[in-house]
Design a protein around this ligand. Structure first.
Ligand code: NAP
Length: 448
């Protein structure tokens, strides 16, 4: 570890004052989890399940890029694995180097991103080391989390709902210098206050999934759930699903959570979800073969939901994609909404459109969150109204092992990654709030 990185880590662990942190020398290089451009064809012709992040992910020493006026360097204490870490590391659906090239053409500062390596990661918690000359609201020493909405604030299309911006990107996926590193480069608008009652790794695991679920469930830009509505949630103990369950419960709705094991079913019940469907135990098979769906299985699924809740779901929280979309469109109530942000099992989806139009249902696309939504979602975490779903913690050098597990659906909730934090459990500055909510904060840890 270079001396500068060691000094940064020591200063943060000793809670050094802002002026000391701001005066620390910056390193010329730092360690980061990267994929390499010259390896982007390494999995060509291999089925998706066999593409192994452990072969493509490297922990490399990379140069510290120059800081743009609207950016900050963040010393990353912890980061997290997202499914986009998996996509990046298996070069699907596209190698991310294409995104970096496009960003590289946009501006002089954008050109820094077009490199033969891609520093991955779309979540982080840490401490601001330096800010660019145009940054007003943040200073060295600030403890922060980072959301991944990367927008150009000089683009007029970014000023109603910034997710509608024509060049909106996801930091660490469609930009370089992401969070799975010792130092990250972020735009100042991505910074949010770190929840004081959480550790570094608990703080780092929320922003991407929590904000996505907030927009999908709570925001008027998503399904805008109201009290008493029933929401079917696929993957209800997974990265986005477990936050969705919490939002439905907080908003006075009734979640129906789908999982695939008895352990996940009891975790879900402990999370407060009364209505649980174990899709594996029930043996649902929505596809007879690769090309033919089975509507009788949709009906069986819908019947089970009705038996559990007495009605059809007002909202379906959809992300598995090809394997479930036919069933999702079928089971939503007349006039209901299927809201989707992904297609993990395949993006060429099929559903019977008669059930959509004849029953006046809405199929709505949704993607991450604008700044305001991300801040609201972070506020709810900070006020301990929504809790982190951290289940496992890895060191930066084991990033690829963590991505492998997420790729193969082996764990629950979120996987944290320690970057500069030497161990788990550090960074809490509000022990009282923590103590009051400790069972909820550590629920997913206990099931890991
Ligand atoms: P995750 O932690 O891996 O959880 C996904 C869950 O989906 C799993 O726990 C699994 O639950 C369930 N699942 C997987 N395959 C399934 C299938 N074939 N049928 C039914 N259920 C299945 O992933 P995540 O972080 O929740 O992300 C889920 C998807 O959303 C990914 O594709 C990710 O890229 C995407 N995403 C998009 C955005 C956005 O802004 N657009 C943001 C976050 C995530 P069980 O096996 O227990 O049923």
């Amino acid at each position: 570890m270079p001396d500068e990185i060691a000094a940064i880590r020591t200063a943060i662990l000793e809670d050094a004052p802002a002026d000391v942190i701001g005066a620390l020398p910056l390193p010329a290089t730092f360690r980061a989890a990267v994929v390499r451009a010259d390896e982007q064809e390494m999995f060509a012709g291999i089925p998706s399940e066999e593409k192994d992040p452990r072969k493509s992910t490297h922990i490399d020493e990379v140069p510290l890029p120059e800081l743009a006026p609207d950016e900050a360097y963040v010393a990353v204490m912890a980061s997290a694995i997202n499914f986009n870490t998996v996509w990046t590391s298996i070069f699907e659906p596209l190698p991310t180097f294409q995104f970096l090239k496009r960003l590289g053409k946009e501006s002089v500062w954008g050109a820094r991103h077009d490199l033969p390596y891609h520093v991955m990661g779309s979540d982080a918690a840490g401490v601001v080391l330096r800010v660019g000359s145009a940054v007003r609201n943040w200073k060295p020493g600030d403890k922060v989390t980072v959301h991944c909405n990367y927008v150009d604030d000089q683009d007029p299309s970014a000023h109603d709902d910034s997710m509608m911006a024509s060049n909106q990107r996801i930091w660490g996926f469609e930009s370089n210098f992401g969070g799975l590193a010792e130092i990250s480069v972020v735009k100042a608008n991505q910074l949010m206050p770190k929840p004081a009652h959480l550790t570094w790794e608990e703080s780092a695991c929320n922003a991407l999934c929590n904000s996505t679920s907030y927009r999908m469930i709570v925001s008027k830009n998503g399904s805008h759930m109201t009290q008493g509505q029933t929401v079917l949630i696929w993957g209800a103990t997974g990265g986005i699903g477990a936050y969705a369950v919490q939002y439905v419960l907080n908003g006075g709705g009734t979640p129906v959570g789908v999982v695939s094991s008895p352990e996940r079913a009891s975790l879900l019940q402990e999370l407060g979800c009364e209505h649980v469907i174990d899709r594996r135990a029930e043996g649902y098979k929505f596809w007879k073969d690769d090309n033919t769906q089975d509507p009788s299985e949709w009906r069986r699924f819908g019947k089970q939901i009705r038996e559990l809740t007495g009605k059809d779901p007002d909202i379906v929280f959809e992300h598995p994609g090809r394997s479930t979309m036919g069933a999702s469109v079928f089971v939503a109530k007349r006039g209901g909404m299927i809201i989707t942000c992904a297609a993990t099992s395949g993006f060429n989806i099929e559903y019977d459109n008669r059930y959509l139009w004849m029953n006046l249902k809405t199929l709505k696309g949704c993607h991450f969150a604008n700044d305001r939504e991300a801040w609201e979602a972070n506020r709810l975490i900070s006020e301990a109204r929504i809790h982190p779903t951290l289940s496992m913690v890895f060191d930066l050098v084991h990033t690829a092992d963590a991505a492998y597990e997420v790729h193969h659906n082996l764990g629950e909730g979120k996987y944290g990654v320690l970057c500069l934090a030497p161990e788990e459990g550090l960074g809490v500055t509000d022990p009282r709030t923590r103590e009051a909510h400790i069972d909820a904060i550590t629920l997913f840890r206990r099931y890991a």
